[in-house]
Design a protein around this ligand. Structure first.
Ligand SMILES: [Zn+2]
Ligand SMILES: [Zn+2]
Length: 255
């Protein structure tokens, strides 16, 4: 499994792009960044987008990607996958023929560029050659953590945005996950703000990791607000040994 980091920042300023993780060239975990990173021929290979939640920084790449694909000659239908509540929010608030076109009817309703697939929480589902399980996490809107396993048994867990939670860590433990992408948005001094907005700090993250019997040996952090990045990077030193570090934009993890 190859995971290319298209963006891993908690906001967007020059040099820092919003979260999106391209798995094996054709699946996205979140979609905050697509066209700002990928060439058109790479965009064309994307077949499915799995969304942790509907916050703008995690979906922002989708409207432009669909527009690019349709206007340059579509190749297939792209499936956006998430929980029922997240899909509903996308339909109602983004692809509603007001903010952006309803791409489930474009170019034609019987062969659209976009289709939705809803998955149930905490139930493993088959998604083409993958096994996917989405687990409720603790954010300000409906949000899910993801555990994705490919046909060779290679596996990644990804929290999306979350404050302190329990169910997700139980599953990560149960699935013996070895590679985890987890958020850490704010420095320790802003713990109150982190909790209020459904996010973690390095100190809170340390407590989350301690909830697992077998924490993943490789832990990659994401979603720092750019202005706090140097401070947070200092604070993560020593958390769960030396195998915890921030992701770098455009790096590729081979799992
Ligand atoms: Zn969010
Ligand atoms: Zn976010």
């Amino acid at each position: 499994m190859k995971i290319r980091i298209l963006g891993s920042s908690g906001s967007e300023v020059a040099g820092h792009r919003a979260p999106a993780f391209l798995v094996d060239g054709e699946s996205l975990l979140d979609a905050g960044t697509i066209g700002l990173s990928l060439k058109i021929r790479e965009e064309r290979k994307i077949r499915r987008i799995i969304l942790t939640h509907a916050h703008f920084d995690h979906i922002k790449g989708i409207p432009f990607m669909l527009d690019n694909l349709v206007t340059r000659g579509r190749v297939h239908t792209v499936t956006v996958i998430s929980g029922r509540d997240v899909i509903r929010d996308l339909k109602t608030n983004i692809f509603n023929d007001k903010i952006w076109p309803d791409f489930t009817k474009i170019p034609t309703p019987d062969r659209p560029i976009l289709r939705y697939r809803t998955v149930s929480a905490s139930r493993e589902e088959k998604v083409d050659g993958y096994r996917l399980i989405m687990i409720r996490v603790n954010h300000t809107v409906p949000a899910y953590g993801i555990i994705l396993t490919n046909s060779k048994g290679k596996r990644i867990a990804y929290t999306g945005d979350t404050g302190p939670t329990d169910r997700f860590w139980k599953k990560v433990d149960e699935y013996r996950v070895k590679h985890l992408i987890v958020e850490s948005s704010f420095p320790n001094r802003l713990e109150e703000l982190a909790l209020k907005t459904g996010h973690l700090t390095p100190a809170l993250l340390q407590k989350e990791i301690a909830k697992m019997k077998n924490p993943p040996p490789k832990i990659y952090l994401m979603h720092a607000k750019p202005q706090y990045f140097p401070e947070i990077e200092q604070e993560i030193q020593g958390i769960a040994g030396n195998n915890t570090r921030y992701l770098r934009q455009e790096e590729v993890l081979t799992i």
